[in-house]
Structures are given as structure tokens and as C-alpha cells.
Design a protein around this ligand. Structure first.
Ligand code: XCC
Ligand code: SF4
Length: 669
């Protein structure tokens, strides 16, 4: 990696950072440099769950000897901290899911009139899984039952989550055997908080086992519920072409950015900005039009459904404002740096918080309510328009942008492998069995200013596809690939190994599939489940030649995701220093005991080359265990494989600019 000395691996981002330095404008990159992480907290060795502490369990023999005032050992403290991270991450994804379920209910009851059920087919699919009668019934009645059934998942005290049954039988059996089948989402999170409060659960394994149960309530609960409801309300994603990076902002148009994680308000804004009356209004203020862009996961949601361009991931939020071109940025929940409110004052940008749950000092607040969604959206768009004449010339203007293709839902991946009537995972499984594709990696998680941000994503993406590994990416991992120009077949195929390239060309897909926002990691669970059901590989999620990697993670949500993948049977490798690094006992539980029990694991490895080596090792060992042909680099590529071309046609159809994308959003899946 040659980017070592830079703050960002992205040239445009680096340019803006330098411009900021020259203008004494501070960003997370400088703050990260000034503020070294506390080494005690970083490795999980600081306990602050009661006021006899905080107790910092350090020293040469801390593992054997150190105790908190209450007597808690290092392993107890470390596992307690880790469980709290999982609980917080699960809470974030799941509280987002709760709002989605409430919105679905309001829509079904006719109370949220600005929304409708867009994807009836997906509604029926979900109703079917939930055991809800749908044939011959009014759509809204079915939607109401689905919403109510999902809401039960939050408050359930006994039994199991609705979607547990979607997992392969064998995976479910492992969960039962070790007592980690999640009951209710809220229950698992509350129990995690209870167990980790002073003087309750102290056995590391016992604590971490509950961590897995809590995480499963995220992956097979909150996140999966959220993805499915979003599909029902706004359409199941299909490949769509858009653009990424700072060059998406337009000098002569009103630039409005939606940032955060929730899709609902953003969906209405998408609608409002194409309203002729609003466009007229923008023109009356001297702009040539309204340009909507996204950031972080709200961006991913509307990127994959409408082709709205993205300015990138987490570390791009301050930099976006520093272009001087953003007239307003709305933020809802999660991964919003409070720094943007202060920063925006140096420019003309209006920062608008919209969630009932989140305010930032110095920002404007326009509260979103699903009952008046359109009114709120119009108000916000008008605020952006009114602010356009205030734009100053200062700012680091950047023109770089890259095409991206996003929107690979499980339904679509299935469809592209066999068309409408023969949808399957056969070609993918066969390609893995034959060794054309070595394995699959989920490349996910945040971008982080403590490393040359987005650089680890780029490095790993390049090396993985070069070695015939198919990538499914989400969240800021996707944004990192997109802003580097890796999310189009043309750009990425050049770097792909010959076997992977052959398969991708035959199906007509890029070697890096953008499957969505962070909650859409749940789509990876259902994709691997479908591969297990297809046959020829493992008959459960565990044992697949598949690995999860989050090289630049920073959020607690990423920890919840890693834990639910591990519990589901996928080995996970995260970058950076280990948050359980202080305890060998806890590290062993995550990397050895969990493998024995669930076939998944959770590693932390700061060295990107070692991350890569570990990933290949897991993939190759899984191949060996499944008795698949040994992967040989360069073996394939000369001959042609024949596969269904349905997807290729669809993708070609998707090659339209975002303004005209409306037509390809009705789901065919
Ligand atoms: Fe946040 Fe989803 Fe991380 Fe990006 S990847 S920084 S969590 S936006 Ni989820
Ligand atoms: Fe210290 Fe124990 Fe209190 Fe933690 S719970 S702060 S280890 S006394």
C-alpha cells in the first residue's frame, strides 16, 4: 500500500483535506491525529459500569492478577465491554427497524398518506414467510398484519424471532444447542444491559454467549426486518447506475444532501425535487435545478432504488461541506459527526436534523413525521433553495466522480442467474465448486480517519478480486469502492482474476456487488442461506468458503454485525486494534471457541496483508473441508462458460442517468 502517509486514500478527499489545512479548517483527520486513542479503553481493559471505578485493569500480569474494586477480572471486564458494544449496535439497527415497522403500519392504516406499498410481490413473499394469508386479500390488510407481526419481534418475551426460521436448519440447531436463539429484540438488548451492570454476570463465556444471542436479534431481527420493510415500501433494489464522489455536486444547481441511515424522509425528498413547481422555485432563486445527493447509508438506500448519486461514506461528511457547494444537508440518525454543525458555519451550508431522536447543537431542526412526510420534505427542499443565493465562492471545489452500479438484492442476484422463471443460485454455486470463483467475501463496515481512510477497502477489494474472490459490499465499504471507481464492471473487471472475470462477464455483473446499506448486511445472510439451500456447498451457513471483513470499522454497529455473522457461521476479520485485545481468554473465545460451536469467528487484525492471508486461509480450508477442487490461480479464463444473459440485459437497461430511473424500480424479483 503506497498511501501510507496520506490521510485519505481517495485523491479528491485528500485534496479537500489539504485545502482545509491551508485554510485552518479542522476535520476528523486532524482530530484523530491529536487525540490518540486511550490504550486502556482501546483494548477493552477499562471498566466504568459503576462509580467505585472507573477501574483500569493494566499491568504486566493483568490477565492473572488485576481486579477491579468489586473483584472483576480482566476477562470479565473485557467481555462485558464487548457485550455492551453488541447491545448498542443491535439497538441502533433495531430501533431504525422499529420505525420502519411503525411506518408500514401507518401506511397500511391509511395514516401516512404520502407513502404506499410499492412492492406488492415482496410483501407477499414476506407474508408467506411469516405465515400470513395474502391471496385475495386487500394489500393494505396484508401489510397491516405483516407490520404487526414484525412489531411482535421487538416486545416478545418468550419463543423466538419470526425470521429465525429463515436460517438453514443446521444453523438453527446450533443456535438451539448453545442457547443463542434470540427471543425478542428489546428483551435481548435489555438483558445485555442488565447482565453487564455492576455485580450481575461475570463469566466471560456466559456474557459473550448472550452477546451472540443479542447480535442474532440484530442480523435476523432488526436489520432483516428493516431491509424487508424498506423493500416493501420503496421497492426491492435492482441494478441501477449512478455516480459517486465529490464531483456529484453542481455549481449551478441547488445541492441538497441527505445523510444518516433512514430511508423514509429521503424517499419523499426524491419525489419532491422532481416536482415542477419546486424546480420553478429553484429557478426563481437563480439555480438551474435541484441536485440531490446522499451520504453514508441514507445515500445507499436511495442510490440503489433511484440512482441518486452518493458523495461517499462516513469520513466524507465534513469534506463534502468543505466543497462549499452544499446548500443544505439533512441528517437523521447514526454516523453523523456533530462537528458538521460547527463546520457548516464557516460556509453557507444549513445542517438540518430531522429525527425526533437526534439533535445537534448549532444545527437547525425540522422534525420529520411520517404523517406529514411531504410537507416536511417540501419545507427542507425550500430551505435549501432559499440558501442557494448565499453560496460563497470559497470551498475546495472538486470535479472527480465515478460511475457506480448498485442494487444487488438477493432477489436480483437470484434472478440474474436464471431469469424470471428459473431464478436460482446454481451458476454461482457451480462457479465456486469448479474453482472459477475461489470464495465470497462480504466487505463491509465504516471508513476510518485513523488509517488512510478508504485505503484498506481499496487494497483488500483489489487483492480479493485479483484472487478470484467475489465481493459483496455494503455501507461505507461500498462507498469506498464506489468513490474509487470500483463499482462498475468495466473498471473492476480489469483487476479481477481470470476465473472470476469469466463468470462475471458471462452473467454480466461486476466482481464487487453493492448490496446496500449497513442494515442490508442481512441480505448477505439470506444470500448465503440461499447458496446453502441450492446444494453442492455447505448445507448450513457455517463451512461456506465465505468470510466477512470490516477493515476500517469504528461503529458499535459493526461489532454487532460481526457478531451475528460469527454466530451464523461466517468467520469475520476486522481491522484496527482489538477491543478485546487485553484478554487472551476473551480473544480465544472469539477466535477458537466460537469456531468449534458455530463455525464462525471474530478476529481483529490491524495489518491488511494479514487480514488478506487469514481470509484466504479460511476460504481455502473451507474448500478443502467441502472436498471442492483446490483453487488454482489462472486455471480458468480461456474457455467460455454459458450462463443466462437475463441479468446482462437488465444491467444494460440500467445504464441510464438517475433522472430517468423511475421505470426500472418496480420489482420483478
Ligand atoms: Fe456508519 Fe452505515 Fe459504519 Fe458507514 S459503515 S460509518 S456504521 S454509515 Ni455501517
Ligand atoms: Fe470497577 Fe467493578 Fe465497578 Fe467495574 S464494576 S468499575 S471493575 S468496581
Amino acid at each position: 500500500m503506497d498511501d501510507k502517509l496520506k490521510k485519505s486514500a481517495n485523491t479528491s478527499a485528500e485534496q479537500i483535506i489539504e485545502w482545509g489545512e491551508a485554510h485552518s479548517i479542522e476535520t476528523c483527520f486532524e482530530r484523530a491525529e491529536k487525540l490518540k486513542p486511550c490504550p486502556i479503553g482501546e483494548s477493552g481493559a477499562c471498566c466504568r459500569v459503576c462509580h467505585m471505578g472507573p477501574c483500569r485493569l493494566i499491568g504486566k500480569n493483568a490477565e492473572e492478577e488485576a481486579r477491579g474494586v468489586c473483584g472483576a477480572t480482566l476477562a470479565t471486564v473485557v467481555s462485558r465491554n464487548f457485550l455492551r458494544m453488541i447491545a448498542a449496535g443491535t439497538a441502533a439497527h433495531s430501533d431504525h427497524a422499529r420505525d420502519m415497522a411503525m411506518t408500514l403500519l401507518s401506511v397500511a392504516e391509511g395514516e401516512a398518506k404520502d407513502f404506499k406499498i410499492t412492492d406488492v410481490k415482496k410483501l407477499y413473499k414476506v407474508a408467506d414467510i411469516l405465515g400470513i394469508e395474502f391471496e385475495g386479500r386487500p394489500v393494505n390488510d396484508v401489510a397491516k398484519d405483516v407490520a404487526l407481526k414484525f412489531l411482535e419481534d421487538f416486545g416478545r418475551q418468550k419463543g423466538e424471532l419470526n425470521y429465525v426460521k429463515r436460517a438453514p436448519k443446521k444453523t438453527q440447531e446450533r443456535w438451539k444447542k448453545y442457547g443463542i436463539t434470540p427471543r425478542g429484540i428489546d428483551r435481548e438488548v435489555v438483558e445485555a444491559m442488565h447482565r453487564t451492570s455492576i455485580g450481575v454476570d461475570h463469566e466471560p463465556d456466559h456474557l459473550l454467549t448472550h452477546g451472540l444471542r443479542t447480535a442474532l436479534a440484530d442480523g435476523w431481527g432488526g436489520s432483516m426486518v428493516s431491509s424487508d420493510i424498506t423493500d416493501i415500501l420503496f421497492g426491492t433494489p435492482k441494478p441501477v447506475k449512478a455516480e459517486a464522489s465529490f464531483g456529484i455536486f453542481k455549481e449551478d444547481e441547488v445541492n441538497l444532501v441527505v445523510h444518516g441511515h433512514e430511508p423514509t424522509l429521503a424517499e419523499i425528498i426524491v419525489d419532491v425535487v422532481s416536482d415542477p413547481a419546486i424546480i420553478e422555485y429553484a429557478k426563481s432563486r437563480g439555480a438551474n435545478g435541484i441536485n440531490l445527493g446522499g451520504m453514508c447509508c441514507t445515500a445507499n438506500e436511495i442510490l440503489m432504488r433511484h440512482g441518486i448519486p452518493t458523495a461517499g461514506g462516513f469520513t466524507n461528511q465534513e469534506l463534502g461541506i468543505m466543497t462549499g457547494l452544499i446548500d443544505a444537508i439533512t441528517v437523521d440518525v447514526q454516523c453523523i459527526m456533530p462537528a458538521i454543525a460547527e463546520l457548516s458555519k464557516k460556509f453557507h451550508t444549513k445542517v438540518i436534523t430531522t429525527s425526533k431522536k437526534a439533535k445537534i447543537p448549532g444545527a437547525l431542526h425540522v422534525e420529520y413525521d411520517e404523517h406529514y412526510a411531504r410537507k416536511t420534505a417540501e419545507k427542507i427542499v425550500r430551505m435549501a433553495i432559499d440558501n442557494f443565493p448565499n453560496r460563497k465562492t470559497q470551498g475546495s471545489h472538486i470535479t472527480d466522480k465515478f460511475p457506480v452500479i448498485a442494487g444487488f438484492s438477493q432477489e436480483y442476484i437470484e434472478y440474474m442467474q436464471g431469469g424470471r422463471w428459473r431464478a436460482s443460485f446454481r451458476p454461482l454455486n457451480d462457479a465456486i465448486i469448479s474453482g472459477r470463483i475461489r470464495g465470497v467475501v462480504g466487505l463491509a463496515g465504516c471508513d476510518n480517519p485513523r488509517v488512510p481512510s478508504t485505503g484498506l477497502h481499496r487494497y483488500l477489494a483489489t487483492e480479493l478480486i485479483k484472487n478470484d474472490v467475489l465481493i459483496v459490499s455494503t455501507g461505507c465499504g461500498s462507498a469506498a469502492c464506489g468513490t474509487a471507481g470500483y463499482l462498475t464492471p468495466e473498471n473492476a473487471l480489469e483487476n479481477a482474476g481470470p476465473g472470476l472475470r469469466e463468470v462475471c462477464e458471462a452473467i454480466g455483473i461486476p466482481p464487487i456487488l453493492h448490496v446496500g446499506a449497513c442494515v442490508d448486511n442481512s441480505r448477505i445472510l439470506t444470500i448465503v442461506t440461499a447458496m446453502a439451500a441450492e446444494g453442492g456447498l455447505s448445507d448450513e451457513i457455517g463451512g461456506m468458503p465465505a468470510v466477512g471483513i470490516a477493515p476500517e470499522w469504528m461503529s458499535e454497529k459493526a461489532i454487532a454485525i460481526g457478531a451475528y455473522f460469527a454466530a451464523s457461521g461466517v468467520p469475520c476479520i476486522f481491522g484496527g486494534e482489538s477491543p478485546v485485545g487485553a484478554s487472551k481468554e476473551v480473544t480465544k473465545l472469539l477466535t477458537e471457541t466460537w469456531v468449534e460451536r458455530f463455525m464462525g469467528s471474530f478476529h481483529f487484525e490491524p495489518d491488511p496483508e494479514k487480514i488478506l492471508a487469514l481470509a484466504f486461509d479460511y476460504i481455502d480450508k473451507a474448500r478443502e473441508k467441502l472436498k471442492l477442487r483446490k483453487y488454482e490461480p489462472g486455471k480458468f479464463g480461456a474457455e467460455r462458460v454459458l450462463m443466462d444473459m437475463a441479468a446482462r440485459r437488465e444491467i444494460e437497461k440500467a445504464g441510464v442517468p438517475h433522472a430517468g430511473v423511475g421505470g426500472i424500480n418496480e420489482s420483478e424479483s
